[in-house]
Design a protein around this ligand. Structure first.
Ligand SMILES: NC(=O)c1ccc[n+]([C@@H]2O[C@H](COP(=O)([O-])OP(=O)(O)OC[C@H]3O[C@@H](n4cnc5c(N)ncnc54)[C@H](OP(=O)(O)O)[C@@H]3O)[C@@H](O)[C@H]2O)c1
Length: 214
């Protein structure tokens, strides 16, 4: 049996989720993408290939060791509520950025501090929420190579952060320990800055690289 965790991606039919699924499957992970419609997930999984499976969000979450949330901010809370029971005792990786259309290139963090803190409060202490992948443009994950950027990883549990850094290492240049979950606000805010940079410099996927590390 593989020692790699089984990964579920809620909203895995979307741009970010399907890109992560593609990269993790290529790296040898067992991946199931979730959707509000199991049939839609199965169709999307077939398109992705690489052994990726599809199911309803709750069923996918139930079957996985690590559950990634990749849905729009407007459906963040309802999606988390739907899987709350299924994710108890697990690591939930929140990639959701609290964008408020139409001004997505303007930082608009929620009053709770960050999407990640909303997730932790909603799911409770039985779930280790880690946040990551906010600054990885989905197009880079669909390029066929690992994304050429660093991934900041936040969470209040060091072991859970380490597990997600390993997942980030499989899809991007490297995962970097960003510290406690409250720090997720920095990466969530940075996404709006990167969206603005993409527009002003006419590029598809500006990203970040941390200097000074060996
Ligand atoms: N795209 C990027 O480059 C990128 C990069 C970093 C972070 N993010 C963040 O990652 C998250 C997903 O981004 P995305 O671009 O992949 O989004 P997306 O393609 O618009 O949506 C992802 C999936 O979310 C589900 N969804 C959409 N509306 C929903 C609703 N009202 N209720 C429940 N589920 C709904 C859909 O899945 P089903 O219809 O199959 O249920 C959809 O395929 C966002 O929070 C975004 O800010 C995105």
């Amino acid at each position: 049996m593989s020692s790699k965790p089984r990964i579920a991606i809620l909203g895995g039919t979307g741009d970010l989720g399907s890109g992560l699924a593609r990269c993790w499957a290529a790296a040898g992970y067992d991946v199931v993408i979730g959707s509000r419609s199991a049939e839609k997930a199965q169709d999307a999984a077939k398109q992705l290939g690489g052994g990726v499976r599809g199911d309803g969000n709750a069923e996918a979450a139930q079957a996985a060791d690590i559950v990634v949330v990749a849905v729009p901010f407007a459906s963040h809370e309802s999606t988390l509520r739907d899987v709350k029971d299924a994710v108890q005792g697990k690591i939930v990786v929140d990639a959701v950025v609290p964008l408020v259309p139409p001004k997505v290139a303007t930082v608009q963090l929620p009053k709770e501090g960050s999407a990640a803190q909303i997730a932790q409060a909603l799911l409770g202490d039985g779930v280790r929420v880690v946040s990551a992948f906010h600054n990885v443009g989905a197009t880079k994950l669909h390029s066929g190579d690992r994304a050429n950027c660093d991934v900041l990883v936040f969470g209040d549990d060091k072991d859970a952060r380490a597990a997600v850094i390993e997942l980030a290492n499989a899809v991007a240049t490297r995962g970097i320990d960003g510290g406690v979950l409250a720090n997720s606000a920095a990466a969530e805010a940075l996404t709006s800055v990167l969206i603005g940079i993409n527009r002003r410099y006419k590029v598809p996927g500006a990203g970040i690289s941390i200097t000074g590390l060996s």
